[in-house]
Design a protein around this ligand. Structure first.
Ligand code: GRF
Length: 190
């Protein structure tokens, strides 16, 4: 049975949808959540689903073993980033080649890179008068928001949209598609 680890730093709405989607799934299991931020909403999301949540230590992550032995001990097959704001160390990427994916709330390669997260993205999209935004699921490599694209989905932008309303549209797209894309990836892998 493939095992997934979800890495998240924030509210955890994507984590919640992924956990819900795979609850009682016949072949795929969400084994653990890893979080780097005390008090993050995702900690409660994991707790209410009965999924163990581990706090990541910054020094260990960047100067130590990058969680590799821990993930191997738990037989993790796929690392799913869902709003995880730290860069993934090269040693973790090398230990899980093509087995770490991320979701980005814009149409990469536009609006990606260091510092491009959350509201900043949607504000920039609206400032540029773009007519569409959307989501990108991609493999993680050693650069921010850079790895090979797996899936994209667009949404239309109306003149009346605000950063908040656009964020809401994009979140809905994420919730609708990310779990299914994860399932398809794992079905191809196994
Ligand atoms: C999502 O918009 C995701 O695309 C980005 O971080 C956000 C996380 O939101 N990488 P949530 O914590 O899942 O609600």
């Amino acid at each position: 049975m493939p095992n997934i680890a979800i890495f998240a730093s924030g509210a955890g709405s994507n984590a919640r949808e992924i956990i819900r989607y795979f609850h009682q799934h016949p072949t795929i299991k969400i084994s653990l959540v890893a979080c780097n931020k005390a008090g993050a909403g995702v900690i409660d999301v994991a707790a209410s689903a009965g999924i163990p949540c581990f706090m990541i230590n910054k020094d260990e992550f960047f100067k130590g073993d990058a969680c590799v032995p821990f993930l191997k001990q738990h037989n993790i097959d796929l690392v799913v980033l869902a709003g995880f704001l730290w860069k993934i160390p090269l040693s973790l990427i090398e230990a899980f080649p093509h087995k770490i994916i991320n979701i980005h709330p814009a149409l990469l390669p536009a609006y990606g890179g260091k510092g491009m997260y959350g509201e900043k993205i949607h504000e920039s999209v609206l400032l540029n008068n773009d007519k569409q935004s959307g989501i990108t699921v991609h493999y993680v490599d050693e650069l921010y928001d850079h790895g090979q694209v797996i899936f994209q989905k667009t949404c239309d932008i109306e003149d009346t949209d605000t950063p908040d309303s656009l964020a809401e549209k994009v979140h809905q797209l994420e919730h609708r598609h990310y779990p299914r894309i994860i399932e398809e990836l794992l079905q191809k892998m196994f």
